[in-house]
Design a protein around this ligand. Structure first.
Ligand code: C5P
Length: 231
């Protein structure tokens, strides 16, 4: 089994493109993230195929947010499939409902703290209380853990602060916003390298474009795995 600290984001339009990339990456990659962009392209079918037929671990990035009863029902439905990680927004009522829906299954509920694409002006526009972003992220992570989250999604620059929370003991920290040195940032702003993300306390890193947009995706993934192995 390859190093499952690397999760590759399959931000591709459909099952065919996703399977093709997974085939190219082969044994090098054992953990995939499938998100909302592939919802209408057969994302759940791809998740099941990669899990059942190819033995891959699956992170379903759905970022659920709704009334508790609806979140619970949605998560109960997903927990019937043998998947590994599922995201919901980190609001305590959502996390509690998701935990209830996951029941005794092995599905890990990961809470989104504050979307990394938002800045303070966006939070003001959404009437989110005053305070700097870092404090809000740390507070939301603490509340999500208290509500039963198995882990959180955070920027790698926030991972160390979250890891320092007493509530974070034994919990997962998963960080997107990771770029190998010299890679194009795209729309990611608060990035670190793979090795730095792990050093900051991340258990898994999520990498998309630096792998699937590469001319040689397998070599790009292998370079990240090599960096993790020597970190
Ligand atoms: O291509 P890139 O490496 O930036 O992909 C990162 C993945 O992580 C994307 O699927 C993106 O939607 C997701 N993500 C993120 N920031 C968050 C939550 C999820 O970049 N806060």
């Amino acid at each position: 089994m390859s190093d499952d600290r690397l999760i590759v984001a399959l931000d591709l339009p459909n099952v065919i493109a996703g399977l093709e990339l997974a085939k190219t990456l082969g044994d090098a990659v054992s953990f995939y993230k499938i998100g909302l962009g592939m919802l209408t392209g057969g994302g759940l079918a791809l998740a099941n195929e990669l899990k059942q037929e190819h033995g891959k671990r699956i992170f379903l990035d759905m970022k659920f947010f709704d009334i508790g009863a609806t979140v619970e029902a949605a998560v109960r439905g997903i927990a019937q499939f043998d998947l590994d990680f599922l995201t919901v927004h980190g609001d305590p009522h959502v996390v509690r409902a998701a935990r209830e829906g996951a029941g005794g299954s092995d599905l890990k509920i990961l809470a989104v703290t504050v979307l990394t694409s938002l800045d303070r002006a966006d939070l003001d526009a959404s009437c989110i209380k005053a305070g700097n972003m870092t404090d809000l992220v740390q507070e939301r992570a603490a509340h999500a853990f208290d509500a039963g989250a198995d882990g959180v999604i955070a920027s790698p620059q926030e991972a160390a602060l979250i890891r320092a929370l007493p509530q974070a003991a034994g919990k997962l920290i998963v960080t997107p916003g990771v770029r190998p040195a010299g890679a194009t940032l795209g729309d990611q702003k608060r990035v670190t390298t793979p090795a730095q993300a792990i050093a900051n306390g991340a258990d898994h890193i999520v990498v998309g474009r630096p792998i699937w947009q590469a001319t040689d995706p397998r070599a790009a993934a292998q370079a990240i795995l090599d960096e993790l192995a020597s970190a």
